[in-house]
Write a protein of this length. Structure first.
Length: 207
């Protein structure tokens, strides 16, 4: 576990407070969460949360564009598969999450505009869980996608057309997880990762 005394200006800079048990409290007013859009008629896509690893308290929020539901009623497009976008949020490895309003809205918008299934990963945060925990969680999410057990993935997802995207710390995680996935190509089949999209990715030294 990271020694709290070695994290400079923790409360002032990151706005999180260390607890005696080694966990950290993140203020809800700065890092709020929103529920998935299961039945909001004003949302451009439906979304749901699915447990990834109950022991690690990780999960994914899956976004399904409404246009998929509209097109599935016609026989000509009912069997059409769509690209899968695995998204990894930023936040300095320490804050935010898949349920943060900014990331929820972005993934919902991206799903609709790109006509893709979006899988946003709720990975474990530092400093409670130091790297490579986040890398391992996103790799586990890729394996969850490739298993195709989720009904949305089964019906609408094209496992041969997957792209990973992340911003800031999420870009770093996507890059390193992409390297890990490249070394496990056979294990991930039939999931094929066609590219990485890094949005202002964070890269720095050990310190």
């Amino acid at each position: 576990m990271t020694e709290i005394s070695k994290i400079p200006n923790l409360k002032e800079t990151l706005l999180i407070t260390p607890n005696p048990d080694g966990t950290f409290t993140r203020p809800f007013d700065i890092y709020p969460t929103v529920p998935p859009s299961t039945d909001d008629p004003n949302s451009p896509s439906l979304s749901k949360d699915v447990t990834l690893n109950s022991q690690k308290s990780t999960w994914v929020r899956v976004f399904l564009p409404r246009l998929f539901l509209n097109s599935s009623s016609t026989s000509s497009s009912s069997n059409k598969k769509h690209p899968i976008l695995v998204y990894v949020h930023g936040g300095g490895f320490v804050v935010a999450g898949a349920a943060h309003p900014n990331y929820h809205d972005f993934c919902s918008y991206a799903a609709t505009k790109l006509a893709a299934l979006v899988v946003s990963v709720e990975y474990r945060l530092a400093p409670e869980h130091r790297l490579p925990a986040a890398y391992d969680d996103v790799l586990e999410a890729l394996k969850w996608v490739k298993e195709g057990k989720d009904e949305w993935i089964q019906e609408y997802g094209d496992l041969s057309s997957c792209v990973m995207m992340g911003d800031s710390a999420g870009g770093n995680i996507v890059y390193h997880t992409g390297l890990m996935a490249a070394a496990q190509v056979d294990e991930l089949k039939p999931l094929m990762i066609n590219g990485l999209i890094l949005i202002q990715p964070y890269f720095s030294g050990v310190e």
